[in-house]
Design a protein. Structure first.
Length: 134
């Protein structure tokens, strides 16, 4: 990340697109994966789908944290939720039947004024062994 005009404006995402056009994840209980990062930071993990209404980027997901050592992250499907800043219509059942990607959004490290606390703020995120558990 590099400082952009405005506060809280730096973001990025990494999209793992499925081979098929969509997958039905409604019968799954957990998504489990191994994750680490070069620096401790918050990560938003979301599910992509063509079933969202026009949400302006507001997707169901989980808030997680990445550490500098690899750890297993367990994401219960029943805990999927919109972020606190962007609730939309409840379309979770339809989204889960039409998932086309898993998206990882590592948060930039901001200071209390909304500017980067480190410039540039680099992020090397390692994701491995993604499993879908019924």
């Amino acid at each position: 990340y590099r400082n952009e005009k405005g506060t809280w404006s730096e973001w990025s995402n990494l999209i793992f697109q499925f081979n098929s056009l969509k997958a039905d994840l409604s019968a799954f209980t957990y998504i489990v994966l191994d994750m680490r990062c070069d620096s401790k930071r918050s990560i938003r993990i979301t599910v992509g789908s063509t079933s969202y209404p026009s949400t302006g980027g507001v997707l169901y997901g989980w808030d997680a944290s990445a550490e500098t050592v690899a750890r297993t992250v367990i994401l219960p499907v029943y805990k999927l939720s919109y972020p606190t800043w962007g609730y939309q219509d409840d379309v979770l059942d339809e989204v889960l039947k039409n998932v086309n990607s898993i998206i990882f959004e590592p948060f930039a490290r901001f200071d209390s004024s909304g500017e980067l606390s480190v410039d540039p703020d680099t992020c090397i995120l390692h994701i491995d062994n993604i499993r879908f558990i019924e």
